[in-house]
Design a protein around this ligand. Structure first.
Ligand SMILES: [Fe+2]
Length: 401
């Protein structure tokens, strides 16, 4: 069987992004492995919500293991094989455990002689693998914690798993672990998205009936974002004002619906921050790398909330790219120059300036002349030079620096 692993991983990753609950994800992966890989059966055990034990979650395939059969304590030899540190004395712990390797260890007198308890532990692991009808176990970790194990049966063509397949399973297991963690965090987010969607329906209704009320409601929506962080209160209104002035200075076409689209994007550019946990959003100090990953996710969360509503399709695209840098070093897609919508380039400059001059819990805002110097310094790298030029004219005119 020829199998395109790259393509399969890409497709699996894309499906994982859409998955809303860990249980659903686990079932999806088990089904995927069963359907695509030609394996007699696939099972997955995962760490339960209380983190007390590993529970059997799903099983697929013709030889599937009955549900509810397996619960493994943290000190179970199979769990400990993956969760404890690599063992010494000639015993090489790999990122996966195959029945073949386990059998070879059990026959290796030199390895067994290092540690009296080893043979006993290996025999117990073998018993568990037999119960689970496993020929290969592949662990998934998140931040060093064992989150789950893929249990794979034999290949239906009866050949051994090859290196390419092993590394595919490992990547899939680690992607899945990361997604399970994200899904736990998303549970929280979904509740908020539901509330927001109700607001969006309300906005849509108002838009049809009353234009003034529509804008009023968008504003309320933007204030919801500001209100989560007292230090950014009023931020959206300021961004809207400066962004529209900059767009006019650039002679941007704002005819028809275009001005309303830009206004909505300016007001709602950080709406995805509703999905950033409070402890990160309000952290009094620099963020860790992992925290930055969640913080940066706001450029995807915002559009995810808005994109299903026809009125906000273009707004979503603008919002998605407001942290792209002009030289292609930004996120989420590393777009460059004119590839970035001009409205997003405007938000990028205005937002950065507003952030620099605003007070934060851990620092005073920069003086205007320092912030202006910083914009000039990053013109051409982070920022579009023509947007910076237009913005600086506005600042000089409007704020009289
Ligand atoms: Fe942002």
């Amino acid at each position: 069987m020829t199998f395109n692993y790259q393509e399969a991983l890409k497709n699996a990753a894309l499906s994982m992004v859409r998955v809303k609950s860990p249980t659903h994800l686990i079932k999806m992966i088990a089904r995927f492995l069963d359907r695509e890989m030609g394996i007699s059966h696939t099972s997955i055990i995962v760490l339960d919500g209380q983190k007390h034990q590993y529970v059997f979650c799903d099983s697929q395939g013709e030889k599937k293991v009955p549900k509810g059969l397996i619960k493994l304590e943290k000190d179970n030899p199979l769990i400990r094989w993956f969760s404890s540190k690599k063992e010494a004395n000639g015993l090489i712990k790999k990122d996966h455990l195959s029945l073949q390797y386990l059998n070879s260890l059990l026959q290796d007198k030199a390895v067994l002689s290092y540690d009296k308890t080893l043979e006993n532990r290996l025999v117990k692991i073998k018993e568990y693998m037999d119960t689970l009808k496993a020929t290969l176990c592949v662990p998934g970790f998140y931040k060093g914690e064992l989150l789950g194990i893929f249990i794979l049966g034999e290949k239906t063509d009866m050949t051994e798993f090859n290196q390419e397949e092993m590394s595919f399973f490992q990547t899939l297991a680690s992607d899945a672990s990361m997604t399970i963690k994200n899904a736990e965090y998303k549970d929280n987010l979904l509740q908020k998205i539901e509330e927001l969607e109700q607001s969006l329906d309300e906005i849509k209704r108002l838009r049809e009936n009353d234009k003034d009320k529509y804008l009023q409601t968008i504003l309320t929506f933007a204030y919801m974002v500001d209100a989560r962080d007292p230090y950014t209160y009023g931020h959206s209104e300021q961004i809207k004002k400066l962004g529209l002035l900059t767009a006019h200075e650039l002679h941007l076409d704002l005819s028809g619906e275009k001005e309303k689209i830009l206004t909505s994007a300016l007001l709602l550019h950080d709406v995805g921050k509703l999905g950033v946990p409070d402890n990160i959003l309000h952290k009094k100090g620099p963020l860790t790398n992992d925290e930055w990953v969640l913080m940066r996710e706001h450029v995807r969360t915002g559009p995810r909330i808005l994109e299903n509503h026809d009125d906000f399709k273009e707004v979503s695209v603008i919002i998605m790219h407001h942290h792209e840098n002009f030289d292609g070093t930004g996120y989420p897609y590393k777009l460059k120059g004119d590839e970035i919508p001009i409205q997003s380039r405007i938000i990028c400059v205005v937002d950065a300036f507003d952030a620099m001059v605003s007070d934060r819990p851990y620092r005073k805002g920069l003086a205007y002349d320092h912030a202006i110097a910083e914009l000039k310094k990053c013109s051409g790298t982070q920022f579009d030079p023509k947007v910076v030029d237009a913005f600086l004219k506005i600042i000089e005119r409007e704020i009289n620096v």
